[in-house]
Design a protein around this ligand. Structure first.
Ligand code: GTP
Ligand code: MG
Length: 265
């Protein structure tokens, strides 16, 4: 079945007007709650026919945790029950309209198999978003998440990529197991300075919400970067001055609503 479209023929599920929320407000280092005034003002002055902003997103994690299935659920809205290992990397591109501007998500789905690691690592570079996936039915895949993060960061040239820790296959666990795994996932995410999500590629639970959140955060960051670049190209302004003014300082919000100042990002 085709996706719903607006009169412009753009699918309504690929349109974002409000800043997408985190899955749990106490488990994200990205505490911004709306598009910033600077970004909204800059977009008002932007040529409506400008090229799309581009964001590279990589999915990493152990073998068979659900990386490909998550990407396919979002891009093609289907679910493949049979397991087919990814060889090296696969690539999808999805355009999302955010505040009436096109934003392209380049989604790189990498192989979890050890023997393809050398090939897939070559594609980790310049990733604005790193999503580490684990299988909620297999605690070992959560333990391995830190290794995936390290290898993704080791070759990445982006200074502070957005980090997501994603627990997949939540449809396969009981309510009690879900709570235990989610708690462990959230603790791991806090240690990594990542945002936590539980999803199911089978039922579609939280799949669009996750990608919208990735798109919203990366769009805000790309527009801010272009504001800085154009200010620098106009001359007379030091990069550090501008970045202090328009980049907020990220902190974890604790369960009691207070900010945790021990976080570094
Ligand atoms: N029930 C259920 N099964 C899932 C879910 N996500 C993935 N699967 C199944 O898990 C298996 C592995 O999924 P893939 O997406 O191929 O795993 P992968 O992480 O891409 O694996 P590699 O490419 O080898 O790294 C497949 O049989 C999927 O159908 C989910 O949310 N729920
Ligand atoms: Mg795969």
């Amino acid at each position: 079945m085709g996706r719903r479209t607006m009169s412009t023929q753009f699918p309504t599920d690929r349109v974002i007007q409000d800043f997408p929320k985190a899955y749990k407000s106490n488990c994200t280092p990205y505490i911004q709650e709306d598009f910033s005034v600077e970004v909204r003002n800059a977009l008002n002055l932007t040529n409506p026919n400008r090229d799309a902003y581009i964001c590279k997103v990589i999915f990493v994690g152990d073998i068979s945790v659900g990386k490909t299935t998550i990407v396919k659920r979002f891009c093609l809205d289907n679910f493949e029950q049979a397991y087919k290992a990814t060889i090296g990397v696969d690539f999808e591109i999805e355009t999302i309209r955010i505040l009436d501007q096109p934003h392209n998500l380049q989604i790189w789905d990498t192989a979890g198999q050890e023997r393809f690691k050398c090939i897939s690592q070559a594609y980790y570079r310049n990733s604005q978003v790193i999503a580490i996936v684990f299988d909620m039915t297999k605690p070992k895949t959560l333990e391995d998440a830190t290794c995936w993060l390290e290898s993704a960061l080791a070759v990445n040239s982006i200074e502070k990529p957005f980090l997501f820790l994603v627990g997949c296959k939540c449809d396969l666990v009981s309510q009690k197991e879900f709570e235990i795994m989610e708690r462990s996932g959230m603790e791991m995410a806090k240690g990594m300075q990542a945002e936590y999500w539980s999803v199911s590629a089978k039922t579609g639970f939280n799949i669009h919400e996750l990608f919208n959140r990735i798109a919203g955060l990366s769009f805000e960051s790309s527009v801010k970067k272009s504001i800085i670049e154009s200010a620098i190209s106009l001359g007379g302004i030091r990069p550090s001055q501008i970045s202090r003014q328009i980049y907020g300082v990220g902190k974890f919000r604790r369960a009691d609503g207070k900010l945790d100042s021990s976080c570094r990002c």
